[in-house]
Design a protein around this ligand. Structure first.
Ligand SMILES: Nc1ncnc2c1ncn2[C@@H]1O[C@H](COP(=O)(O)OP(=O)(O)OP(=O)(O)O)[C@@H](O)[C@H]1O
Ligand SMILES: [Mg+2]
Length: 566
């Protein structure tokens, strides 16, 4: 076999589509591998990629840009931190996470046992035929409602082409090959594998000479053995994603924010704006959006704090979800929004769609739009906010408040009787108030009491621990009165203050005495703990139980007390 082929087959890295090396594989080489595959010699379909252990070297290279390390260091063994498998749209994937003592970050090593390097080469050759032979018009490609039909067309053709190339494939193996072809023609190639790993929070491509990075829930930032070797490929992925949601990325618009069909958020930038190359940063959202019972289960919030938030949501008290970058503000906002009563109209406003609410709620999601290349047609957050007031909302949810005008309209909306939920970037409740009242937002302190409470999320970068750090009410003077605060030493949430203004506000809205309010909170705690015990974590289930509770609280409470199913 030729030199290039040997080099390629000797590595486990999953080289991106149209990789230059792949393109250069000569016809003759392809025939050789094909023969080997058919006769069962060499690295056949289904044969393990390479003997165990060798894969560890895969992350070594660190890409073309990485400095050479001494040989002893490179040979050093990887200490395994974790290994697991999952299914990536029909492709079984094995992951090994390990670390060498000389490494600054762990390595995340992907292998696809059923897809040997040689097989991939053949598939990359078939890919071209697949694209040219499936007849599609552009509308089919960008219309999300047609994605199923398009996929079916590709599957049929892929099946045909594979039949011709490989004889005697088992149905399982054929399905894996079809899935790989689809992922490389309709999707973002090998990045799709990462998209299927539920343990990842972020995926980042920095430049062609560096491996793709991932942020793992347990291990933080890790290097992977996946490389996207060409800047053009990164651009193609970004442009493809943008087309589907009407966003553009090109020389004139080198920055793009969009979302994927899966709902995950994506940001792309082109060089020379990003100095080292085109970049893509993907924020993955949990496939099952977070709900309050699930956040209790994973100890992010206590039932006591959750019950207090619930009573606020039920009684139309406006709340802000605050925290540092990536602390879980949006996830928390989503979780609490599931508890909005179904007889209320919700308008949500976001730059990119992140929220998912129970499917029976009266909900109109709106997203902003960037201007076209002539600078026309932009729809900004403020436009949507002002517009939302004419859509007769009961509740307004805002993805993130950043600018003065947005904050002004938001507080205006609160003053005119709407309840508002939004995220804001601030590490604690005090800082949140400071952010609202100082430049660039500069709201007068006198408007702040329209806000009922501030919930602060915290994520420890080292341990990955996530906790609701504070729950504060906003006083009549526009300051923060912390009611609950998490103590990192004991990992406990302590009641550090007394409800004052929020208590008054709630009793004004509900007519409850302080004693009745305590009883109501105790009932809600009971219901929440019951939902946790029964593992009612899914958004529709949680949404329905909450909605049923608003209609017939006694029935739900009875079920909770007797620990019955719902
Ligand atoms: N309680 C939690 N436990 C574990 N993972 C969580 C939790 N809350 C959020 N996450 C995950 O953390 C990541 C960041 O969450 P999210 O986007 O909600 O944060 P954010 O504070 O809104 O970030 P940004 O500052 O980028 O807007 C997501 O992948 C999300 O699924
Ligand atoms: Mg967010």
């Amino acid at each position: 076999m030729g030199r290039k082929l040997t080099k390629s087959a000797g590595r486990v890295d999953l080289v991106a589509k149209k990789d230059k090396e792949d393109e250069e594989i000569e016809e003759e080489e392809l025939m050789l591998i094909k023969k080997a595959l058919e006769t069962g010699t060499g690295a056949g379909v289904g044969a393990p990629e390479k003997p165990e252990g060798k894969a560890e070297g895969a992350g070594d290279g660190g890409g073309g840009g990485a400095p050479e390390r001494p040989a002893e260091e490179r040979k050093e063994k990887l200490t395994e931190l974790e290994a697991y498998t999952f299914d990536a749209n029909g492709i079984p994937v094995s992951i090994k996470i390990g670390r060498k003592s000389s490494d600054y970050v762990p390595q995340y090593i992907i292998s696809i046992p059923m897809l040997a390097e040689g097989t991939k080469l053949i598939l990359n050759a078939i890919k071209g035929d697949l694209i040219t032979q499936v007849k599609l018009d552009i509308t089919e490609l960008i219309d999300p409602t047609k994605s199923r039909e398009v996929r079916a067309k590709f599957e049929r053709k892929a099946n045909e082409l594979l039949e011709r190339q490989f004889h005697g494939l088992t149905p399982e193996k054929k399905q894996v090959l079809i899935s790989y072809l689809i992922q490389n023609t309709l999707g973002m190639g090998d990045l799709e594998v990462l998209m299927s790993d539920e343990n990842l929070e972020d995926i980042a491509i920095n430049n062609p000479s560096e491996s793709v990075w991932i942020y793992h829930k347990k291990h933080g930032w890790c290097r992977t053995n996946l490389y996207i070797r060409r800047d053009e490929t990164v651009y193609e992925y970004a442009a493809m994603v943008g087309r589907k949601v009407g966003r553009q990325i090109n020389v004139l618009n080198p920055i793009m924010n969009a979302y994927l069909p899966s709902g995950d958020r994506i940001n792309a930038t082109l060089t020379p704006i990003s100095s080292f190359g085109n970049t893509i940063s993907i924020r993955k959202f949990s496939r099952n959006p977070w709900t309050i019972p699930y956040l209790i289960e994973v100890k992010t919030v206590t039932p006591e704090v959750a019950a207090l938030i619930w009573i606020c949501i039920q009684n139309e008290v406006s709340l802000l979800s605050s925290g540092g970058a990536g602390s879980g503000k949006t996830s928390f906002l989503n979780a609490m929004s599931c508890m909005i009563p179904p007889n209320q109209r919700i308008i949500s406003i976001e730059d990119t769609r992140e929220l998912t609410l129970p499917d029976f709620l009266h909900w109109v999601p709106m997203t902003t739009r960037e201007p076209n290349p002539e600078g026309k047609g932009a729809v900004e957050m403020i436009d949507l906010l002002v517009n939302s007031l004419r859509q007769r909302p009961d509740r307004i949810i805002v993805g993130e408040v950043r600018r003065q005008r947005e904050a002004e309209v938001l507080f205006e909306a609160m003053h005119t009787g709407h309840s508002v939920y939004a995220t804001i970037h601030a590490d604690n409740a005090e800082e949140c108030i400071t952010r609202l009242t100082t430049p660039p937002i500069s709201l007068p302190r006198s408007v702040l009491p329209a806000l009922g409470g501030i919930i602060v999320q915290y994520r420890n970068r080292r341990s990955g621990v996530r906790r609701t750090f504070e729950f504060a009410e906003v006083t009549k003077n526009g300051t923060a009165n912390i009611i609950y605060r998490w103590d990192p030493k004991t990992d406990e949430v302590k009641e550090v203050g007394q409800l004052s203004r929020l208590g008054e506000l709630l009793s004004l809205y509900t007519g409850m005495t302080v004693k009745e309010m305590r009883e109501d909170l105790a009932d809600k705690i009971k219901v929440l703990k019951w939902m946790v015990g029964k593992k009612y974590f899914d958004i529709n289930t949680v949404g329905r139980i909450t909605a049923d509770y608003y209609l017939n609280p006694d029935d739900v409470l009875e079920a909770a007390k007797k620990n019955k199913g719902w």
